[in-house]
Design a protein around this ligand. Sequence first.
Ligand code: SF4
Length: 392
Amino acid sequence: MTTSPSPGLYVHIPFCSAICPYCDFAVTTGGSERRGRFIEALLAEIGRDRGSALDGWDPFDTVYLGGGTPSALPVDELGRLTAEIGRRLPLADRPVISMEANPEDVTSQTVAGWAQLGVDRLSLGIQSFDAVELAFLGRRHDPAQAVRAVELSLASGLTVSLDLIYGLPEQSPPAWQRNLERAVELEPHHISCYQLTVEPGTAFARRSRRGEWNAPGEDDLAELFFRTHEFLATAGYPAYEVSNFARGPRSQCGHNRKYWEGARYLGLGPSAHSFDGRSRWWNHSAEPVWRSVVEAGGNPEADRETLSLEARALEFVMLGLRTPCGLDLGKLDGFEPEDVLRRNQRVLARAADEGLLSVEGERLVPTLGGMARADAIARSIELRRSRGFGGC
Ligand code: SF4
């Protein structure tokens, strides 16, 4: 598959003021002393000698500060990070810097400080505009703070994205739609809508095991999903990925697009993943383990895998089918489009009959229903190397 010309840089900041009951990211709480040690370790990881690992990589044209809660760090500490990144890593002339922020951290001072550091894009963890839903999700902000955070961020001139969560137990379609309406009224550039899932090891999983969880049924979830896409498209936010909606191409998240398009990326910080087009590797997940390795001058990589051509193709197909443009089979390395189409004639015809996708030349284009079932469709497609391909 083709890679975009420039890779992206991801930096994981694992600290949060409390752990939300649904969260299964590599996150932790910790006071200023522990956060200070983390920053020093991250600076050391940024400056680490990578040997030839980045040989042949173009400069990074996107930087994504994610977490965790990057906005929980003081602005001057974030400034030390961005300065060190600029000094030690190859950056494009004007990389787009994105940062995740929680509403309770957004003030006119912090948002001005982030803009001064060169942050272009804020992804705000709003999740809901309803006080009861926010309390259920264990969030630390209220609806008024959510609105204020969006307004302050937009007033500062940043590109603003809102994260929302749907599919809460007993959440009715009208209740979810009120969240969407509130989001659209605020006129952000971008909205992400994620379905609440109960992940192993979370507080919600424990509640679920105790029988205290009234999960929405599949039909209810499907209704919320379709309502989300229809409402946002009508409101001027068409989907460009199954969970992501933007006012126009310039409002889309260029960094996240790299993941979907098979681009290279380097990840720094605990749990961060990297990909060079063929192999993927990832750092130790627990912050103390990651930090102790870095403090000792070591490589915090926990493990790596080399993806076979077929595994890379499967990922490319899955990710492509999550986008309304679908995927161009001509971009699958080592596969002839006609060969893939011929081998999968029956599977693709069935998917088309079920209203899940259409075949347009060498392109597989999913419907909305197809995007919702992208993984299952991709797994049903037989991907075997074409004859005469030389291998990895
Ligand atoms: S604020 Fe975000 S990253 Fe932190 S615990 Fe909550 S969901 Fe997870």
